[in-house]
Design a protein around this ligand. Structure first.
Ligand code: ZN
Length: 454
């Protein structure tokens, strides 16, 4: 596959009229001047490296729009939302879960993501009993990824306790739960599943959170897959930090930094509530802050310490988390706007004299690829060809170089995406996924059926 681009964002900046050759292995084989070469398979006005979506729970896509009704008592919060989420997942079958995942993956691709880390904690039947195949639901996620062509980093999630006091799982949590022994068997099963998928697929591990995974278990998991991505939800909710503080005398991120060698393979999802010292130490650790600004706003979590974290040299990426709205650029826009509202200033996350859009896109590109353990951090020879083409007439701004990114992020929508390649798989063409009609039809049918069962 040869793609000719009029404007192209390379590792060291913008290039013009370039031919990118993608090998049969899904990696970029050559980048060179297009010259008079008319033999391109596809010519696009703008070609960017596609972002990796570092945090998703695909099943929650089917709840989008259902939880915007205020309850009769008190204030709605993350915790009241969670009650609804548990009720919802009580009725989902493996078929439902696969269909919803495929639809969400399709939307991610159409929004310009090339790959996703699925933080997969839904493992068992509603009773908590495992399916005949312990990896039944992991296989469903894998099948959805293969069906859509998205690059997958599968993160089997360890969820053992209902709180830091070790209380047992209740109600909807039964589907998540494993003791350590069963979870390690699931990890082995997941290795086999990932081994049967395309070569750009990766496996990582994820203790769910400090409330759901005991410290000793986190230690075992960190050693179980010593080189793979390692993700954990951290400091999303203030109530959770209070609980960690009461149990350990330290705040969540402070405790993690003290007890583990947090390094580049770690991704701390949310990392919303941090002191100055935590912000600085997390930035220096090399870990990726896994930000999900649209979900965090929707759930009322709070605002990340973005300015201080970037000034301290921190790495970040973005995730669509609850999938209430799947859009790479809306995550970036929300991230910047949250900082503007917090600090009452403009261009908060740009470097001096630099473009906000470029800084956001570069940061999310590198941090996302690192968090997925995916060689897709730039358009460069040898990297996976995770690429997105844009129609610059679909948004405002100069349409040139960094102005393209500023225009797309602040004035555009995901509808500006015309083509997406994931590890060379050309799965979005003319703005739609190549199998959009069938994937959407199946999803609509499942959604209607699930709603009838709720
Ligand atoms: Zn999450």
């Amino acid at each position: 596959m040869r793609i000719r681009a009029e404007q192209l964002l390379l590792e060291d900046g913008w290039a013009h009229d370039v031919l990118v050759t993608v090998g049969a292995d899904g990696r970029i084989a050559a980048i060179g001047p297009a010259g008079d070469d008319e033999a391109a398979d596809r010519t696009v006005p703008v070609l960017l490296p596609a972002l990796s979506n570092l945090h998703s729970h695909t099943f929650q896509r089917a709840m989008a729009g259902l939880t915007e009704i205020r309850g009769p008592h008190g204030r709605d919060s993350f915790w009241t939302w969670r009650v609804l989420m548990y009720r919802f997942l009580d009725v989902l079958t493996p078929d439902d879960i696969e269909t919803i995942a495929a639809f969400a993956f399709m939307e991610m691709l159409e929004a310009g993501f090339g790959a996703v880390a699925e933080f997969h904690y839904l493992h068992h039947a509603p009773s908590g009993a495992s399916y005949d195949d312990l990896g039944e639901l992991s296989s469903r996620i894998a099948a959805a990824a293969v069906a859509t062509g998205i690059g997958l980093t599968l993160l089997p999630v360890h969820y053992r306790t209902g709180g830091l006091d070790g209380r047992p799982l209740a109600g909807g949590q039964q589907r998540f739960g494993n003791d350590l022994e069963r979870f390690l068997k699931l990890v082995e099963r997941s290795k086999a599943i990932v081994g049967s998928l395309p070569a750009d697929t990766s496996l990582g591990l994820a203790p769910h959170s400090l409330r759901a995974a005991p410290a000793d278990d986190i230690r075992v998991l960190a050693a179980a897959l010593p080189d793979g991505p390692f993700h954990i939800h951290a400091a999303e909710q203030e109530a959770e930090i209070e609980e960690v503080l009461a149990a350990t005398g330290r705040r969540s991120i402070e405790w993690l930094l003290k007890n583990f060698e947090i390094d580049e393979r770690w991704c701390l999802i949310h990392a919303t509530h941090m002191t100055e010292a935590e912000t600085d130490a997390l930035a220096r650790s090399g870990a990726v802050a896994g930000l999900c600004p649209v979900t965090e706003a929707n759930l009322g979590d709070g605002i990340f310490e973005g300015v201080a974290f970037l000034e301290a040299g921190g790495s970040f990426g973005i995730g669509s988390d609850s999938n209430i709205r799947i859009s790479a650029i809306e995550e970036l826009r929300q991230l910047e706007y949250s900082q503007r509202l917090k600090h009452r200033g403009r261009s908060m996350l740009a470097g001096p004299g630099g473009s906000v859009g470029r800084r956001l896109y570069d940061g999310a590109l590198r941090g996302g690829a690192r968090a997925l353990g995916r060689e897709a951090d730039a358009i460069r020879v040898g990297a996976f060809a995770d690429l997105v083409a844009l129609d610059p007439t679909r948004f405002a701004g100069s349409g040139k170089r960094d102005g393209l990114l500023d225009g797309w992020i602040f004035t555009g929508s995901r509808e500006a995406v015309t083509d997406v390649w994931s590890a060379g798989r050309h799965v979005v063409r003319e703005g739609r996924h190549i199998d959009a009609e069938a994937l959407t039809r199946r999803y609509r049918a499942v959604l209607a059926d699930v709603m009838a069962r709720l």
